[in-house]
Structures are given as structure tokens and as C-alpha cells.
Design a protein around this ligand. Structure first.
Ligand SMILES: [Zn+2]
Length: 346
């Protein structure tokens, strides 16, 4: 159980909400004005526990095709027993509404209309945002105005459409220092099958929200749960169960934490790619432990001939699979986990 002084939510104020103990509220925060004069509104749920305690930010669908997290967040905050909750939850089930409308990673309409002006196009890679910046930076700034008030944050993703992860947590970069150990303990409590602890790559960029959070000496992480563009009841169940455990871990809910999930810490996840184009027949499943040389996938050309048998270049567990039925040369088929050698003390 994390040692911390409870009671930090007592002076919390959020525009548009009357914060009262023991209340669950839903509202929308108005952001950008669109060309027709309508506004983009970000849905926010505030759950104020019966007792004072920390502030926890939960976000989902910052990439618009990542759907499982929307239901994980809304189910968790609707189900939670407010009488048992210490502290306040700030939950944003859809963090990027314009991308969500079209079920695409980005707000693709603006990206087509004015691609140069939309760089950066990804709010996730634009934290802490800029209230005078472009669309992505303004959305990030609005989300950050909530996130900055939180003691803890979890940001829920899936892979983009065409990919599926085993329940997976990604930590802030190791360069953020000791605070990352607390993020790792939180990922263990969540019961992720794989926990990425690294200092390099796309998951640890400086402008990602969990990195910004860690640099503020607050505890945060990202999650990847299931397949992009899908609603998966088993993953939603797993996500809600994991959040309950995390809330017990940080002391916002009473009770002991349970132990579940594979919880393997990995430092890298090398990509295995197709070298031929064709139909993609996968022969492995998530979490399967491969040996070097195991058959991962067969690529079959449009004339029905097997043109490639993709074999595992190394031993390791399958962390991510491609679910696209077709691939071109150079496309990702699976990613394998590389286990961390020395297990740190928790
Ligand atoms: Zn994402």
C-alpha cells in the first residue's frame, strides 16, 4: 500500500462542477470552436468519494479508434461504491472526441484539409499542450488542465486498428528517476501481462502524458488492452478488475489487492515483419512463448501460393499481434517481449 498523506482533494475545484462529497457527476467541457460555430466538448465524469483522499485521473480514447478503454472507464466510475471511496476520480472516457467520431487514430478530417498545419496531429504526443497552439495542442492543454491536479493517472489505449495487445502497461521512461518504481508497482497491481520499462522508443517520448506526469513527480502509466476498433467484453472485464486493484493499491478503496496477470517486465519488444505481400495466416496467439524458429505466420499470395513462412528470430512471448487479414512487404506481424534480466524489488 502506498504511503501518502490522504486528503489532497479537499481544495480541488473543477470548472462546471459543484464538488460535493459522495456525488457522481457528468458534464462536458467546451473546447475548440469548429468552422460552423459548434464546439468540441470533452466528456468528464467526477466521482467524489465520501472521504477525502487523493485525486486520480483516468482517461481513454485519446486515439479515436481505441474503444475498449471508453467502456472500462465508464463502467468503473459508474460501479464504484462512493461510500467506500477516499478521494476524487476525474474520468475522461473520450479524450479526443473529433477522432472518436470517425473511429480513427487522428481527427482525420482536419488532417486531410490542412495536413501541414496539423503537425503535431496527436494530442497524446503533445503534452502538456498549448492553449494557443494547433488543434492537438489545444486538446492536450485542456486534458492537462485536469491531469495536472491528479496525484495518479492512467491513460488507456488499445493498439491502432489492425493490432491486438495482451494486457500491457507502459511506464514512464527510466530517466524520470525513482518515481517510475511507483508506476511499476501500480502496473503490477493492475495485473498487466506485460510491463514495458524502457528509456527508448515511442512509448517514452517526453510529451506523452505519463512522462509529463512522472516529471511532475506524480505516478502515472499507460495501458494497452485488446484490439483497436473493437469492443471486447473479456478485455473490459480485465480492465475494470485491474482498476479496482489499483485503487486498493493506492489506498483509495479499502481491502487487500489480489494477484493476477502474468506481470512480466520487458525492456523491449522487437518487431517481426513480413518480407512478402499477401494474405496473412497467423499461427500464434498472444502470450504464447515462442522458441527461435517457431512458425509465426504464412503469407499466401493472391494465386494461393505460400510465398513466405515467417519464423521467430528469437525466443520470447508474443506481446502484440497484427489482426489485419492482409499484409504488404515490411508490415508488422507480431512483437515479441524481451524480459528484463534482474527483477527489481517492489
Ligand atoms: Zn493509443
Amino acid at each position: 500500500m502506498a504511503k501518502r498523506q490522504l486528503g489532497t482533494d479537499s481544495d480541488l475545484k473543477i470548472d462546471g462542477f459543484k464538488l460535493k462529497r459522495g456525488r457522481r457527476q457528468r458534464n462536458r467541457i467546451r473546447t475548440l470552436e469548429l468552422a460552423d460555430g459548434s464546439h468540441v466538448e470533452i466528456p468528464v465524469m467526477v466521482v467524489r468519494g465520501a472521504r477525502p483522499g487523493p485525486v486520480f485521473y483516468l482517461g481513454a480514447s485519446i486515439h479515436g479508434d481505441e474503444i475498449n478503454g471508453v467502456e472500462i472507464v465508464s463502467r468503473f466510475v459508474n460501479e464504484i461504491d462512493i461510500k467506500k471511496l477516499s478521494g476524487t476520480i476525474l474520468a475522461v472516457p473520450v479524450q479526443n472526441p473529433m477522432a472518436y467520431q470517425v473511429q480513427h487514430r487522428y481527427f482525420i478530417g482536419h488532417l486531410i484539409k490542412s495536413p501541414l498545419d496539423q503537425s503535431p496531429a496527436d494530442p497524446w504526443a503533445s503534452f502538456p499542450g498549448d492553449a494557443n497552439g494547433n488543434i492537438a495542442e489545444r486538446i492536450a492543454a485542456t486534458l492537462d488542465s485536469l491531469m495536472v491536479r491528479a496525484d495518479y493517472m492512467i491513460d488507456i489505449h488499445t493498439p491502432t486498428t489492425g493490432g491486438k495487445y495482451a494486457p500491457f502497461a507502459f511506464l514512464p521512461p527510466t530517466r524520470c528517476g525513482r518515481i517510475v518504481e511507483k508506476s511499476e508497482a501500480m502496473a503490477m497491481a493492475f495485473g498487466a501481462d506485460f510491463i514495458l520499462a524502457t528509456n527508448e522508443g515511442v512509448y517514452v517520448q517526453d510529451k506523452a502524458p505519463h512522462t509529463v506526469t512522472a516529471n511532475r513527480k506524480k505516478v502515472g502509466l499507460g495501458l494497452e488492452l485488446g484490439e483497436g476498433g473493437k469492443i471486447e467484453p473479456d478485455m473490459i472485464e480485465r480492465g475494470v478488475r485491474g482498476l479496482y486493484n489499483v485503487f486498493r493499491h493506492v489506498g483509495m478503496l479499502p481491502g487487500e489487492t489480489e494477484t493476477f496477470g502474468r506481470r512480466m517486465v520487458i525492456t523491449d519488444m522487437p518487431v517481426v515483419r513480413a518480407t512478402r505481400g499477401g494474405l496473412h495466416h497467423r499461427h500464434v496467439e498472444l502470450n504464447q512463448d515462442l522458441r527461435k524458429g517457431d512458425l509465426i505466420a504464412s503469407i499466401v499470395d493472391v494465386f494461393g501460393r505460400v510465398v513466405e513462412e515467417i519464423r521467430s528470430p528469437r525466443a520470447g512471448p508474443v506481446v502484440r499481434i497484427a489482426t489485419f487479414p492482409i499484409v504488404g512487404e515490411g508490415e508488422r506481424v507480431v512483437q515479441l517481449g524481451k524480459e528484463r534480466k534482474t527483477r527489481k524489488k517492489r
